[in-house]
Design a binder for this molecule. Structure first.
Ligand code: HEC
Length: 246
């Protein structure tokens, strides 16, 4: 029996990375561990998103007030920090609305060659490691219309929206022939600070892709606690039932 189990687990282990590679890009991705129950990280990530991304990328499968509730924000905070659009009558969009923006597909295509996609589900499509690496991998490239390229997403149509924070990177080929990115013009954040900011942003994107995961982890803890208590009770009960048998 034992060899069979060993063989089976080895097969599963061997299959894991292979199937992941088949679906992923050829560049190695940096790993990131996000914690969607960290509300402060979610708030920092949301702040970055609503300052730097919402103009181009809608989150149209989510509502402002749902995000506000999950992030522990008051309705006023939601209105002040997240809502920048107006409705057809020119009134500020209400907090119950879906998170859209003013970018039309035509404008997006004209300006960037491709419409910026909605990002509600991007963390589920691309994965957290991909996003974390992608957002840190822009570099200067004169051959591109906007002067920037990305290692993870070759010839991307998006400029680096966070250049003020990260600064500008250049691709340099080392003596071993491996390409590396180096900051050649500093931004307002140091490297580790920028990495942390991107981790917060990816945390927020991960939450957007699956808002229930916050709740699920909380409920999971209760379920485990209950099972633990129940284990004790079941054990006592078993002792009670069997005490006359022995
Ligand atoms: C000036 C407009 C603009 C801004 C601002 C912007 N993006 Fe983009 N983004 C684009 C465009 C255009 C694309 C499509 C690029 C392509 O397919 O070549 C894109 C693509 C992406 C993709 C890849 C989506 C996919 O799966 O193909 C991600 C992820 C992304 N953006 C994240 C962000 C984040 C996070 C921010 C804020 C920090 C941001 N973007 C800000 C224009 C923008």
């Amino acid at each position: 029996m034992k060899p069979l189990i060993v063989i089976l687990s080895l097969t599963v282990l061997a299959m894991g990375p292979v199937s992941l590679q088949a679906a992923g890009p050829s560049v190695p991705l940096d790993r990131v561990a996000v914690d969607v129950t960290d509300q402060a990280a979610l708030q920092r990530g949301a702040r970055l998103y609503f300052n730097y991304c919402i103009g181009c990328h809608s989150v149209q499968y989510m509502r402002y007030n749902r995000v506000g509730r999950d992030l522990g924000l008051t309705e006023n905070q939601v209105i002040e920090s997240m809502i920048f659009t107006t409705d057809e009558e020119g009134e500020l969009t209400g907090p119950g609305a879906l998170i859209t923006n003013a970018m039309t597909p035509e404008y997006g295509e004209e300006a960037f060659g491709v419409e910026p996609p909605d990002l509600t589900l991007v963390a589920r499509v691309r994965g957290e490691d991909w996003l974390y690496t992608f957002l840190r991998s822009f570099y200067l490239d004169d051959a591109r219309p906007l002067g920037v390229n990305n290692v993870v997403y070759e010839n991307v149509g998006m400029p680096n929206p966070l250049w003020e924070l990260q600064g500008w990177q250049e691709k340099q080929v080392g003596t071993n022939g491996e390409a590396r990115l180096r900051v050649v013009e500093a931004g307002s954040m140091s490297g580790p600070e920028y990495d942390r900011a991107i981790r917060d942003l990816v945390t927020f994107l991960s939450y957007l892709g699956e808002p229930m995961q916050i709740e699920r982890q909380r409920i999971g803890m209760y379920v485990l606690a209950f099972l633990f208590v129940f284990l004790g009770l079941a054990y006592l009960l078993k002792k009670e039932y069997w005490k006359d048998v022995h």
